[in-house]
Design a protein around this ligand. Structure first.
Ligand code: AKG
Ligand code: FE2
Length: 310
């Protein structure tokens, strides 16, 4: 944890209830207010069949623009140098190749009130509660956030992967990802793409192994797929519009190609798990965060963001 007096750590706040914190204008007080954010039965069935749903509007254009202003802090990191130490991870260019740039950050909710409020967004967390265990509402905890930005003209790929391959330090697998497009995504600018049905791909109940920690080698996953999986490998571009999200299962294979357009492509990603998920390691979970193996994931960095009792 930071002891710098200059930087406020927003992870100490587990609510967005004070008016001055309500930067995204969260107006939920009663049970009915939460429930109006529910997905339809058809959406849930599609999620179960394909491992993801997309084109779910979760932010207005105005809210996206506010978040994009804040995003500058992480694109030009000398703007906000003092905040960087609170991030869990920061990669100005994760590929290491200046012709294929991918900015990737984790933990910005701690340094930005806007990104902090995003974690608690009712239009997101109620849907997550429905999808974690389809058919029931499940209490939801926050795991971590991510930014993925591809600059204009030389934006790099995000190689095909399953998110849970990177998260086996928390168990059981009851995790979900919400990928929010802060501007229109197209095949030209490197939209996120999904392999329908790949959320059923596993190796004795475990995710596919990680082959590339830097997401650089787009097609390397194919080297470990079975002939049946290769047969089913039919990417579907999401082509999300500004303010729309896709919700994907922790084993759903996804990735994205280069951004060769003349505009940046920036996304805000939120990762959650069901309340009751346990630490599975005695080593660091995220930078500065230790929870003994076998104990519940909870506390300052893993707030409860929705409970069906609310
Ligand atoms: O921005 C991208 O294309 C990749 C994002 C991603 O891996 C995710 O949302 O889990
Ligand atoms: Fe991912």
């Amino acid at each position: 944890m930071s002891d710098s007096p200059l930087v406020r750590d927003w992870s100490l706040d587990h609510e967005t209830s004070e008016p001055f914190l309500n930067l995204l204008r969260l107006e939920v007080r009663k049970k009915d207010d939460w429930l109006k954010h529910r997905l339809s039965e058809e959406d849930i069935k599609r999620y179960q069949a394909n491992g993801y749903i997309n084109h779910v509007q979760v932010l207005t254009h105005e809210q996206c623009d506010l978040l994009l202003q804040e995003y500058r802090c992480f694109m030009e990191n000398d703007l906000c140098q003092e905040k960087m130490e609170l991030l869990y991870e920061y990669h100005r260019n994760q590929t290491g190749d200046e012709n294929n740039v991918l900015m990737h950050a984790l933990g910005h909710w701690r340094v930005s009130p806007l990104f902090h409020d995003l974690v608690f967004l009712p239009s997101v967390v109620v849907k997550v509660s429905q999808l974690l265990n389809p058919g029931t509402l499940t209490p939801v905890r926050f795991w971590h956030d991510q930014l993925f930005a591809k600059p204009a003209k030389h934006g790099g790929v995000v190689a095909w992967h399953q998110d849970y391959s990177y998260w086996t330090r928390t168990r059981p697998m009851q995790h979900i990802t919400v990928h929010i497009a802060l501007e229109d995504q197209t095949e030209d600018n490197g939209t996120i793409q999904y392999i329908p049905g790949s959320h059923r791909w596993n190796r004795n109940g475990e995710p596919l192994p990680i082959l590339d920690f830097n997401f650089k080698d787009m097609e390397i996953i194919k080297s470990i797929l079975t002939p049946e999986e290769l047969e089913q490998f039919k990417p579907e571009p999401a082509n999300l519009h500004k303010g729309e999200a896709s919700f994907h299962h922790a084993l759903s294979v996804h990735g994205s190609y280069e951004n060769r357009s003349d505009q940046p492509r920036r996304a805000a990603v939120l990762n959650y798990f069901a309340d009751g998920t346990l630490s599975d390691v005695n080593t660091e979970l995220l930078k500065g965060s230790f929870i003994p193996k076998g104990q519940r994931m909870s506390g300052q960095l893993y707030p409860l963001v929705y409970s069906p009792e609310w």
